[in-house]
Ligand binder design. Structure first.
Ligand SMILES: [Zn+2]
Length: 146
């Protein structure tokens, strides 16, 4: 989940000291804290408090930027709140830190399905998107200044 700040060695999981001699105990503490924050995010989600969950997930991702699982959960929560751009961004970040492609695709599908469902709900049954855009420009005239 983390690498040695002195030499960049990424094979340091559960080690108090790196091969290069660097002390990793503080990193181990930080890792434990990030895990605790991740768990608080999950319980916030279980309590149906997605905003609070995002707070814990953000803290977790800040403490442990390589946490792909936290990024994936973050993407799902953003999607649940209808924030598609943020969801997509979280997915991109998950991809950057090397989440498995199966996991990534699964969450991408969840986000896309939620977005499509939302779009269908928002659009009126017989109208297509293009027509909706024309309706928006009609609004402009109403906003004219006096
Ligand atoms: Zn090292």
């Amino acid at each position: 989940m983390y690498s040695c700040p002195a030499c960049g060695n990424s094979d340091v999981a559960n080690q108090a000291r790196c091969k290069c001699g660097a002390d990793l105990t503080l990193l181990q503490c930080l890792d434990a804290v990030a895990s605790a924050w991740f768990n608080r995010a999950l319980s916030a989600l279980a309590d149906d408090r997605p905003g609070r969950a995002l707070e814990w997930l953000s803290a977790c991702c800040a403490a442990r930027p390589t946490d792909a699982e936290a990024r994936l959960v973050q993407a799902k929560v953003w999607a649940r709140l209808g924030r598609w751009r943020e969801a997509s961004d979280a997915l991109d970040r998950a991809e950057e830190v090397g989440v498995s492609s199966d996991d990534l695709q699964a969450v991408r599908d969840v986000v896309r399905e939620a977005e499509e469902k939302h779009a269908k709900k928002a659009a009126k049954p017989q109208r297509r998107r293009k027509e909706k855009k024309r309706g928006k420009s009609g609004k402009k005239s109403r906003r004219k200044r006096k």
